[in-house]
Design a protein around this ligand. Sequence first.
Ligand code: UDP
Length: 456
Amino acid sequence: MEKEKERANRIHILVVPLPVQGHINPMLQFSKRLAAKGLRVTLVTISSNTEAIETQLCKVKIEPIHATSEEEEEAGNNVENKVLWFQTILSRRLPQLILKQENDGYPIICLVYDSAMPWVLDTAKGLGIFGASFFTHSCAVGAVYYNVHEGLLRVPLKEPTISLPGLPLLEPQDLPSFIYDPGSYPSFLNLVVSRFSNISGADWIFFNTFHELEKEVVNWMRTRWPIMTIGPTLPSMYLDKRLEDDKDYGFSIFNSNTEACKKWLESKETGTVVYVSFGSMANLGEKQMEEIALGLKRSNANFLWVVRESETHKLPSNFEEQTSEKGLVVNWCPQLEVLGHRALGCFMTHCGWNSTLEALSSGVPMVAMPQWTDQTTNAKFVEDEWKVGVRVKVDQMGIVTKEEIERCIAEVIEGERGKEIKRNLMRWRELAKEAMDEGGSSDKNIEEFIATLSCK
Ligand code: UDP
């Protein structure tokens, strides 16, 4: 206890995620783990994201950055512009914010920054403090981007198959979308690759994964840098159950229809529901939305479908009325609670990295329907490496048809393949929990980080 108090007084960490749900969640969870081990931890976000949340979450202090009204006006409305906008605001405020902590008597000794913002490391070094890069995607995806950065994998791709150390043989569509379709988001391609520009200067490199899940590629990456696996970053009560207060992420940018979801799930039989969600950012075309709607209508399963408010206009007219017997459409849900519900049969997912880890750790079979960025690579691993789901096939027009959706759901919920998937999931679920348990591979890395910091 005394040792913990001593640490808390001496070590103050500032955690800096990109302010999007899929990056805040894992970095906040990592913060909670550090705080539970006695460190003082502050997480930075922009003010509009904090309106609905506490200023303190499981001992983690939330520090909002307030954008001025002129700055608010500068924010673009597409995702690429928003990410750049936040970085501009952050780069203006970060030095001040660090100074403020020092003036308050709690100087920052280490910045844990989103690997998507490598320039934060330069700020840290300029102020004489440590810098730790945090990767919110898988180690496999990191290895692909690293190979592109080093010129070992050339974009645009020329070969029909891609062989990289530590990874299975990949086809172009198994690589992240920015690599097989480099013209789609040129600024993001630059963003994901440039995270390696100064990586050798980082004092620590964290990946939200666990060693057992990505053994080969983690071992290969370790021949380059001493990377540390610290995941899966689900709330503790879904894994090791050591942090009693840590029951959910606690920080949602979207308003959740929690009660409606719970009540509806309670009314359904065990294992009969397909939960459908494409995360916080993906935008599906109208035709694709229609095929999903028709596929869900045809399927034997009940469905709970998250359609964000900005996407609802793409639903076929009267769809909700026509399917009210078997389906519920909501704008956002408490995903972890949903995945843990006995009524769940499978998760039709875009394979965002958090969703993938959450399904795997909750033992829920997946129908993988990747949209962009790293989701394609995650889907490849879900189907072929970890064997915890099936990946939908896309037709010549780039659409996943209603028949294909119906087929995949049936295969996972009712078919022989589903039984094998459930057996595999039992093992992964156990390994995920063990990694975060006391003395597990990820817990050991977190302890080692703290021990090294304590000696500095
Ligand atoms: N999520 C949620 N409710 C929803 C949909 C998603 O709480 O209705 C959470 C989900 O549990 C995950 C995060 O939002 O932690 C989404 O991250 P992910 O990496 O899966 O996808 P992204 O949104 O970054 O594409």
